[in-house]
Design a binder for this molecule. Structure first.
Ligand code: GAL
Length: 749
């Protein structure tokens, strides 16, 4: 659909809803806002899970020229939690159920030249008729218009979606037969569809065109197959993308154009593993909730992309969008960096009545039509996470998914054995390491799970999570054990012959209900905290990289003799991809230490240091260090002090330039550090953040670190102008100088 106008700016908001207000176009008492937006900003933790459950009003006043008012006008909502009614100039246009699916409404017959107004009645209560609600759920869904809203000005006939269908016929060739959804409010006609595929630098790959009969109303048109050669495939190791541009013509007049990013690859989910372009890839991944501190889901492009980059940096090749469809920006970035994606429909354990099931089916359709072209997506999750078998429903979801997309496998996540396999891949949340404490932290063999006398494509969709919640500021023994368990399961995953791989629970700590979590509305299940700061466990994954990419030397210890139960720091783990390490303590070398034999399957098992040091509890604790060696040469060093004390704070500014034409964000990470830059994990003093210029702080102005560190985001106030803002970070109770950062706001970015 051409003529897309991002419609995120200049809305109004208030709690509650009155039809009279919507009819009159009344803005009195409403707050001026921009999107994305959440109905209420929360505290980091310890809020009520009911705080965002409410009815609310979003309003937009807009003007149409005579010419624009004569067009077909479509408004598109990328995500509104959880339900909304749309009113234009007081008339009810339609409504939408489901907070994670895209919806579109044609408003042409409701508008006129001049001033118009659009009101949304948003219901962010947990309604029984909409997944994931109806019972309990272990995550918060927040509420509001939390993704983009777009406006389209269109001709009589337009292309609403392109599903770029193809199959590979060789390593560099494919047969392509794209399908288009056309919406024609005029009479039937014979048109032409022109299709062009170019590389991202604009080099043409192919182009073809075909005459097509366009009937009245909504229809789908599938082009005849075309052979394409000289393709550079999309691959996790070389994520080459193309752009497809399509136009619909009637005679010489171009009625519409549509453009999307695509990639060519083959994916097979087989009983002997996952094969991408014929090469076996063991899935190493994390489940991701899309929430952030204070503002829940309501954050835009830059932060979404950064999450994908972070997972990649820490060694993941896969992410599961648990438990719903996620932001286009996140999925786009996954494609660009070669990340595989298991996307799934919303839901959590509970299946409701037939009206609920209708929303489930709508979600399947929406997920596939919206996200079809992402090469990274390799599984459609068409079962409500961990719901009981419901063959009637899941035969329908599978059938619909296969009909919309015969090229991809379906999966359906369960947490129990012997479930009916209606999907292509048996996807299982395997928490066996918790159920059988005598056993080490391994994964079940697939046939123990499926109960089937033969092997099937099998994927572990969750492990760890609630079995070992760990806070950034927990006792070191817990943080060390958290890392060990991840290491044991990751190792088993890498050598398990009967599965496609395993995805861990989960990437980031997340806000939840009082029914779950640590009692403060947070599930501390992440290998990163909510601020996207890594825990020790994250380094288990990052240290599996080849050292030619980067050398990792991260001890799971703060080197203090009184932190663990009893005394001393032994045993402790060092997550590293060095060949071996040498440890110096009490003024001497304790010798060389090698990768531990406790962690099978890892290319770079953590090194465990566990020796009787000739020193007593009452000896003077001394400085020390760990030196990492590769090919017998020292390549990394991690020093530690007898008397580490607070010596300042460091601030890392992730983003130097952000857009002033939309609400963009910049992230800053602050660490309280000792004399040699190590984080003072248990320092909990106060930070004060001040901003100047066209930016606003997201969250509170006074912050206390959690685990010696914390991050914050600022957002641009969209002025559409170039300017420079400043962010000042102060530690008001400490003698350290304020740190001042410049942030450039650009209108064209
Ligand atoms: C799973 C569930 C996840 C999360 C996780 C915690 O059973 O699918 O959503 O609650 O447990 O470990």
């Amino acid at each position: 659909m051409k003529g897309k106008i991002q419609w995120n700016l200049n809305w109004h908001f208030c709690e509650g809803f009155s039809a009279d207000r919507a009819a009159a176009g009344d803005l009195a008492g409403m707050e001026a806002i921009h999107l994305p937006h959440q109905v209420k900003t929360l505290t980091y933790n310890c809020f009520s899970h009911n705080d965002t459950q409410m009815l609310s009003t979003y309003a937009k006043h807009f003007t149409l020229s005579q010419e624009d008012a004569g067009k077909r006008i479509v408004v598109e909502f990328d995500g509104v939690m959880t339900y909304f009614d749309l009113y234009v100039n007081g008339a009810l246009v339609g409504s939408h159920k489901g907070g994670y699916s895209r919806s579109r409404f044609e408003i042409s017959s409701f508008v006129h030249p001049g001033n118009n107004h659009l009101y949304l009645m948003v219901d962010s209560r947990e309604r029984d008729d909409i997944p994931p609600f109806g019972c309990v759920i272990d995550y918060l869904t927040f509420g509001g218009v939390y993704r983009d809203v777009n406006l389209y000005l269109l001709e009589t006939a337009f292309l609403s979606d392109v599903l770029f269908r193809y199959h590979m016929t060789g390593a560099h060739s494919a047969q392509v037969y794209p399908e288009f959804y056309v919406d024609n409010s005029g009479s039937a006609f014979t048109g032409t569809i022109c299709c062009q595929v170019v590389s991202r630098d604009g080099t043409p790959l192919t182009q073809f065109q075909q005459e097509v009969a366009i009937p009245e109303g909504r229809s789908s048109v599938q082009l005849d197959p075309n052979d394409v050669d000289n393709i550079r495939r999309w691959d996790p190791d070389d994520p080459n993308m193309y752009v497809v541009r399509v136009c619909l013509k009637q005679g010489d007049a171009t009625l519409d154009t549509i453009e999307d990013d695509i990639g060519f690859r083959s994916v097979e989910c087989r009983a002997d593993g996952l094969f991408v372009n014929g090469r076996r890839i063991v899935v190493v991944g994390m489940d991701r909730h899309q929430s952030y501190p204070y503002i829940g889901y309501s954050i835009g492009r830059r932060a979404q992309r950064a999450d994908a980059d972070l997972l990649k940096q820490y060694g993941m090749n896969t992410v599961r969008t648990s438990h719903y469809m996620q932001s286009q920006y996140f999925l786009d970035r996954c494609d660009e960096i070669g990340m595989l994606v298991f996307e799934e429909i919303p839901g959590w354990q509970h299946i409701g009545d037939e009206s609920f099931k209708q929303v489930v089916l709508q979600d399947v359709r929406s997920m596939i039509v919206t996200d079809f072209n992402h090469p990274g997506i390799f599984i459609w999750g068409v079962r409500i996470n961990e719901s009981l078998d419901d063959d009637d429903l899941y035969l329908r979801t599978n059938e619909l998914a296969h009909q919309l997309d015969p090229s991809r496998s379906t999966g359906g996540v369960r947490c129990y054995k012997n479930s009916h396999l209606l999907e292509d891949v048996y996807t299982m949340n395997d928490f066996c390491h918790a159920e059988r404490p005598g056993l080490k932290h391994f994964l079940l063999n697939q046939q123990q799970v499926t109960g089937l006398p033969y092997k099937v494509p099998y994927l572990v969709s969750e492990y760890m999570g609630h079995t070992y919640p760990t806070k950034q500021f927990d006792n070191e023994s817990l943080r060390d054990e958290h890392a060990r368990r991840h290491a044991e399961i990751l190792g088993r995953n890498l050598i398990k012959p009967d599965s496609m791989g395993a995805i861990g629970w989960c990437a980031f700590d997340y806000n939840t209900h009082g029914d779950y979590g640590a009692g403060d509305k947070i599930c501390y299940h992440g290998i990163f905290d909510m601020f996207r700061i890594p825990k020790y466990a994250a380094y288990v994954y990052r240290s599996q990289k080849d050292p030619s990419e980067e050398v990792i030397l991260q001890p799971a210890s703060g080197f203090s003799r009184g932190e663990k139960a009893l005394y001393g720091i032994m045993p402790f783990l060092v997550m590293t991809n060095c060949d071996y390490i040498e440890v110096f303590m009490y003024g001497k070398s304790l010798g060389l230490f090698f990768p531990s034999d406790k962690f099978f399957g890892l290319p770079h098992p953590p090194i465990e240091v566990d020796v009787d040091v000739e020193a007593q509890w009452n000896d003077v604790w001394q400085d020390g260090k760990i030196v990492g060696y590769l090919n017998q040469k020292p390549v990394a060093e991690y020093a530690f002090l007898r008397d580490p004390h607070l010596d300042g704070f460091t601030v890392v500014q992730d983003d130097q330039e952000i857009s002033s034409s939309e609400v963009d964000t910049a992230r800053f990470e602050v660490s309280f550090v000792d004399q040699i830059g190590h984080v003072c994990t248990f320092y909990n003093g106060v930070l004060q953040i001040e901003t100047q210029g066209d930016i606003e702080l997201i969250g509170p102005k006074f912050l206390a670190p959690a685990g010696g560190r914390i991050a914050f985001w600022v957002k641009s106030v969209p002025t559409g102008k170039d300017s420079t803002a400043t962010v000042t970070v102060k530690a008001p109770a400490l003698p350290y100088p304020d740190q001042v950062f410049q942030l450039h706001l650009k209108k064209d970015l």
